[in-house]
Design a binder for this molecule. Sequence first.
Ligand code: MG
Length: 160
Amino acid sequence: MMGFRIGYGFDVHRLAEGETLWLGGVLIPHEKGTVAHSDGDVLIHALCDALLGAAKLGDIGSNFPDTDSEYKNIDSKLLLGRCCELISQKGYEIVNVDSTLCAQRPKLRPFILEMEEVLAGIMKIDPDLVSIKATTTEKLGFEGREEGISAHAAVLIRKK
Ligand code: MG
């Protein structure tokens, strides 16, 4: 079991009307979107934090500061690609990814397969190694009130 490391990430973004909703690299049709410095893709942000954490490379904020105009409205898929490069440079490869999106609305199940394929493509791994789940929070909390969306991600990496 030498050389295996786990990582965990969590992210939240506020929802507002007139914004776009990107989740797992897929544009979701909805009357609200996420408010953020980047494109606000909570799932990708949680996944980036999980990857960086697994390799002890800090977090998304320390690697891509939101005070830096380079990252304003940036496509989060580019951030995920960069995180994969960083862990690869440190000598690691991804074993598998598991994640959960928490949103009351919209229904996310129809988009899960596409998200898994998009994220697997960026990480250059088989879609079978990427799991995305979606849940409501039974109308409880900020997700339940549709004020925001949260995402959790866990990854396993190993020395190449
Ligand atoms: Mg974020």
